[in-house]
Design a protein around this ligand. Sequence first.
Ligand code: AMP
Length: 123
Amino acid sequence: MAYDDSNVFALILRGEIPCDKVFEDDHVLAFRDINPQTAVHILVIPKGAYVAMDDFSANASDAEIVALNRAVGQIARDQGLAETGYRTLVNNGASAGQEVPHLHIHIFGGQPLGRMIKPPQAQ
Ligand code: AMP
């Protein structure tokens, strides 16, 4: 899938709409989800134009890949989640229900999170 630079996270990266920023470095931006599913719900995104993990893992530089992973750990520590535990999740493509076509890592925490995933028939 070609990158669509009108997606909402591209608008945030260009400063065209606001976000509740929690972290930024040369390669990464992180902000609070506008519709949080847990007490703490943060989205961590690369600044580069990558649709999903397939695109990112194939085309991002080593520096971008390292930065995204280091940012997730840093944010978890900064938010006090590292000791209590937290969950990371990436939706990739249609079957996963990805809504925004710019790679984003969800960080969920701040409360007990239950089972990792519900079987589809239970949803
Ligand atoms: P996904 O279903 O994995 O693509 O998740 C997209 C996430 O982006 C959802 O959790 C939305 O609540 C979140 N979202 C959409 N628009 C915004 C926005 N402007 N600021 C912050 N989060 C957003």
